[in-house]
Design a protein around this ligand. Structure first.
Ligand SMILES: Nc1ncnc2c1ncn2[C@@H]1O[C@H](COP(=O)(O)OP(=O)(O)OP(=O)(O)O)[C@@H](O)[C@H]1O
Length: 569
């Protein structure tokens, strides 16, 4: 049960609703037994033509039981569903709280369709844990025990048959199916995840698949995933149906035994014939409560798998204890000492023995060939990843001790890929702050050379904007955030040189006292930087000011010459 440990913890929090569900479930179950038992007795009694008042009292009891049953069932459903929805909402909250700090890494690790299927589907299927696994057995046992005690007043042997029926339907059959379910190794959740992943991939890549005429192949894969999912669902349903059938069979068998045994006892004079119909009716009714036990094994298995899938996302490596918040007031400094980093499941290190220093308020450019580890370094600065070895200090504190949120809150970040939300330019800019004035927003748009109206629509993922416009919108957002640490990953790679120069002039003005780390694909315009770090194959190849590197005639100088030659030809 360790897979559902977290879910049980949340279920137990709803003590009041659990107790009320059990109490009303018991009331409803016992009233049903009373209602049908009393009907059986009434029929037998009426056959003997008793005085009318004797029947009137019985009829009054019947009405009372009928009323109590309806009320009990309603209240049981009400409290159990209230508990379920509260548990689900707490489950989502707990999950999102755990997910949030790991979010950037998780998006790299899991494919979007799979993630969505876990977050939506797996959370939702855990609603069955309380409703179909946790409390029904408790209600079943107490109703049965109440009924067995009542039946034992009339016949011990019939009470024993009912008790055996409870053991078979409430224990043996569910236990047998729990084992079978384990052997079945249901893959419904995984198959559903794979189908969502394939579907998401197909939708995202539709245009490229069409251009490369690979739509049919991909469609086949999607069809395959869909078939797998249907097959797994069918296997699961068959198992559930079979459990249901055996449960119903056992129930009816017990009722037959009660009828046969009762008739025998009446014939032997050990049971008053007046009570036979009542006992048969009771046996038929009490097993109604055993029906949920038929679906328990499959829901238990499903809940375990859903919980495991869900929480495996947030079971992460020990990332140190966060004790400090990055103070946003002074511009931060960073010290990288012998840092190496290897992405999970990768053989090669993306960074090897990187040592560098970024003083507070300095301007640093990171340059180097594609794949040399520039963006990875920036990811470490943002604590999206933590170094595999070595030390990364921010303001003299180890980054593992600094809360991720405070780093993100206090930095202006422009990544290579940024998200643009469906809405207006204003809404997209307001990501940097809710209470920004229109004037402030218009000013930054001007500084990045965008002649946009604030109410202009932005389509999903910024589809109606050009690559350069999207980048400039991200820079505008960073300008508006106005924090003291700037982390910029090729922010102007799709912007023309003239506009780029204008943007950088505004950037230097805004960030004159701030710490700036800029990954740049172009080598021009770096003269103003305090230091330039040249990366090659995950290592720092050289570092220094523009003049120092040019005089040294090393890597940077060579790269400069190549760039010059390309642009002069
Ligand atoms: N999420 C990831 N998982 C595994 N390997 C990765 C991941 N991201 C990057 N890498 C690898 O790490 C190395 C460094 O990549 P990085 O993105 O830091 O390079 P870069 O210098 O920023 O390149 P570019 O200029 O093309 O953006 C590359 O070999 C890349 O394949």
């Amino acid at each position: 049960m360790k897979e559902v440990k977290e879910v049980i913890r949340l279920v137990v929090l709803e003590k009041r609703d659990i107790v009320l569900s059990i109490v009303f479930g018991f009331l409803a179950g016992m009233s049903a037994v009373g209602l049908f038992g009393a009907s059986g007795y009434l029929i037998s009694r009426a056959a003997l033509i008793p005085p009318l008042y004797a029947l009137t009292v019985l009829i009054a009891f019947l009405k009372l039981f009928g009323f109590a049953r309806a009320l009990g069932r309603y209240a049981e459903r009400y409290f159990s569903h209230r508990a379920t929805f509260t548990i689900l909402s707490n489950l989502r909250l707990t999950f999102y709280k755990k997910l949030e700090p790991h979010a950037p890494r998780i998006f790299q690790k899991y494919r979007s369709g799979d993630l969505l299927s876990r977050i939506v589907g797996d959370v939702e299927s855990l609603q069955n844990f309380f409703l179909r696994v946790y409390y029904p057995p408790v209600v079943l046992v107490i109703i049965f025990l109440g009924t067995v005690v009542f039946a034992s007043i009339f016949s011990i042997s019939i009470a024993i048959v009912l008790l055996l029926g409870l053991v078979v339907t409430g224990l043996l059959i569910p236990a047998w199916y729990t084992v079978k379910q384990r052997k079945l190794a249901s893959r419904v959740r995984e198959a559903r995840g794979e189908l969502s992943t394939e579907a998401a991939e197909w939708l995202y890549g539709f245009r490229d698949l069409k251009i490369y005429q690979q739509l049919e192949d991909k469609k086949e894969m999607l069809q395959q995933s869909s078939d797998d999912y249907i097959r797994e669902s069918e296997r699961d349903s068959r198992q559930m149906l079979s459990s249901h059938s055996w449960n119903t069979f056992a129930t009816l068998l017990v009722s037959w035994i009660v009828t046969g045994l009762g008739a025998f006892l009446v014939a032997e004079g050990d049971l008053n014939g007046l009570f036979l119909a009542m006992l048969v009716m009771i046996s038929l009714t009490v097993f109604e409560n055993a029906a949920p036990m038929a679906v328990l094994p499959s829901h238990l298995d499903d809940s375990k798998r859903a919980s495991k899938r869900l929480f495996s996302i947030v079971e992460e490596e020990n990332r140190g204890t966060e004790t400090y918040n990055l103070d946003g007031k002074p511009a931060p400094s960073m010290q990288v000492s012998d840092v190496s980093y290897r992405f999970p499941d990768e053989e090669r290190e993306a960074l090897t023995g990187v040592t560098l220093s970024i003083p507070a308020g300095s301007k640093t450019a990171i340059v180097g060939a594609s794949g040399s580890g520039k963006s990875t370094l920036l990811q470490l600065f943002m604590k999206f990843q933590i170094p595999s070895t070595g030390e990364l200090m921010v303001n003299g504190k180890d980054i593992t001790e600094i809360s991720e949120e405070s780093i993100w809150e206090n930095s202006n970040v422009v990544l290579q890929e940024n998200h643009y939300f469906y809405g207006s330019i204003r809404e997209n800019l307001q990501l940097a702050g809710e209470d920004l004035s229109d004037e402030e927003m218009k000013l930054v748009l001007e500084e990045v050379g965008l002649e946009f109206d604030l109410d202009q629509p932005v389509f999903e993922k910024g589809e109606n904007l050009s690559g350069g416009e999207r980048q400039r919108l991200s820079i505008a957002r960073a300008f508006l955030k106005g924090k003291r640490l700037w982390l910029l990953d090729e922010p102007t790679s799709s912007v023309d040189a003239l506009t780029e120069r204008m943007i950088f002039n505004h950037l230097y003005e805004r960030a004159s006292q701030d710490t700036v780390v800029l990954i740049s694909h172009r080598l021009s315009g770096l003269e103003k930087m305090d230091q330039i770090i040249v990366m090659a194959e995950g290592k720092v190849a050289e570092a220094g000011s523009y003049d120092e590197l040019m005089q040294k005639q090393g890597h940077f100088y060579e790269m400069k010459q190549i760039e010059k030659n390309i642009f002069s030809t």
